[in-house]
Design a protein around this ligand. Structure first.
Ligand code: SF4
Length: 473
């Protein structure tokens, strides 16, 4: 057995990770953060009443994990038994009926990293906060920003063919499918990804998947200016392996494609998927072909909290690196209550880099989707966090905090052109045209706006927004 079990079944959950306090040596004295290597930890799943008899072999099976995902309140109750108070379920039910933009889908792997020692601890758990949001988490004053939107990045407007977003000059995003093995409450693609909820009727692709994938490949064959494809969804772990390999194999035959990035949060949420023999063997074939052709393949995953990096996640990441791909990188999302302190970001980055071989790459600011204000940070907060984490990690592994500005794209948070702190409006510029602006003479002169959460503003700023809302602006 390679899974490190918590010594006592029935105990709380993951040991808390570093904050750098209380371990002082002379060298650490006065430093805001003290680095210590910390072994990864897989909490004992047998503390969950429903999983008391689950064996290591079952736990490490992708099929078992998929079959035992928690998809609704009834299943959560069954798994948790008496670990949570009724008040939690009532709070969850209110959220699902009213505000939730994503349906529930939590693999056992992810539930197991949450602190279940009490209802209060579960409520405070960083992974719970974004995977199982409850009504009490959301802002009552401004649950959504007035400029929040479904598809807040306007990806569908920039589809060259259905599901293929051509936003940057040399890069495209290929959304192969609209599902994932896990659904994050803050999902940027809430417009399309996952099942409909009472609050959001999801859009659907209209073209058959095989025809869509073919159309994407055809577009790339006739677009010699595109060299980089993010193969995403959803999550590519939900595409049957032979179909994913077929698509990637065809992609590698296109001469202009030099970089291929596979987007899969499942490397963390369902590492069992990436450890399957079929998947490992297929990745080896693809890595070998990419190497022959001088193309770089990397996996981009999405980990937001250090406690999510378990020994099994590290094993999956290393298994992928062993196939010969170029890299495994992390694109986390900066979320209030989840990872909004320098210590949490550094703990996460060191766990990824030192223990799993995953490169901390980006931290995105949470996008301006509906009902997300409680998760979002203001740009100035993101700037302070970026400043606070500089100098601890190697430069190549210091994650860049980026703001994905609508109609612009990713910008480092210090790159803004102007900032009205009172109203929480930042202004950004860009140096390329997106796919829908080729004929727009002003695209490169215009300033594009991004908005801080209103509750983070001064009283004067909050009043300004309240007055606008009162007159219906
Ligand atoms: S894994 Fe990515 S695409 Fe899937 S729900 Fe989470 S954020 Fe959205």
């Amino acid at each position: 057995m390679t899974t490190a079990l918590h010594p006592e079944p029935g105990t709380a959950g993951p040991a808390s990770t570093a904050t750098g306090t209380g371990t002082g040596t002379e060298q650490d004295a006065g430093q805001p953060y003290a680095y210590r290597r910390r072994p990864l930890h897989e909490p004992d799943w047998r503390r969950f009443p429903a999983w008391r008899d689950v064996t290591t072999a079952e736990w490490e099976s992708a099929q078992w994990q998929r079959a035992h995902c928690v998809k609704n309140l009834r299943q959560l109750r069954r798994v948790m038994g008496d670990l949570l108070d009724e008040s939690f379920y009532a709070d969850l039910e209110r959220d699902q009926a009213g505000r939730a933009t994503m349906s529930m889908l939590v693999p056992p792997q992810m539930l197991n990293t949450m602190d279940t020692s009490s209802t209060e601890a579960f409520l405070a758990d960083p992974v719970r906060r974004y995977m199982i949001p409850v009504d009490g988490d959301r802002r009552a004053d401004w649950p959504s920003h007035p400029y929040s939107a479904r598809d807040s990045l306007h990806e569908a407007e920039m589809w060259a063919v259905e599901g293929l977003t051509h936003r940057y000059p040399t890069k495209v995003l290929a959304e192969l499918l609209p599902t994932c093995p896990q659904y994050c409450g803050h999902c940027t693609r809430m417009d399309l990804v996952g099942n409909s909820t009472p609050a959001v009727d999801k859009h659907k692709f209209t073209i058959k998947p095989t025809d869509r994938h073919q159309a994407m490949l055809d577009y790339l064959r006739r677009s010699p200016g595109v060299r980089d494809v993010v193969v995403s969804g959803g999550d590519v772990a939900n595409l049957p392996w032979p179909r994913l390999e077929q698509f990637l194999d065809a992609l590698l035959d296109i001469d202009n494609i030099r970089d291929v990035r596979l987007a899969s949060k499942a490397l963390m949420g369902l590492p069992q998927h990436w450890l399957q023999d079929e998947v490992r063997a297929g990745m080896e074939r693809l890595a070998a072909k990419a190497s022959r052709r001088g193309v770089q393949i990397a996996i981009h995953t999405h980990v937001n909290a250090a406690r999510s990096v378990t020994p099994l996640v590290a094993r999956a990441a290393r298994a992928m690196l062993d196939t010969g791909i170029r890299d495994v990188r992390n694109q986390g999302v900066l979320l209030r209550g989840v990872n909004d302190s320098p210590a949490e970001l550094l703990d996460l980055s060191f766990a990824l880099l030192d223990e799993a071989g995953i490169l901390p790459y980006y931290l995105y600011m949470c996008d301006m989707i509906p009902a997300a204000e409680h998760w979002r940070l203001a740009v100035w907060e993101a700037q302070e966090l970026q400043h606070a984490i500089m100098g601890y990690l190697p430069g190549f592994a210091t994650p860049r905090i980026v703001c994905d500005v609508p109609y612009v794209g990713k910008r480092w948070v210090h790159q803004l052109a102007d900032y009205d702190r009172e109203r929480g409006v930042s202004y950004w510029t860009k140096n390329y045209r997106t796919g829908i602006e080729t004929a727009d003479p002003d695209a490169l002169k215009r300033r594009y706006e991004y908005y801080d959460p209103i509750y983070t503003l001064s009283e004067a700023g909050r009043e300004w927004w309240a007055r606008r809302q009162a007159v219906g602006e």
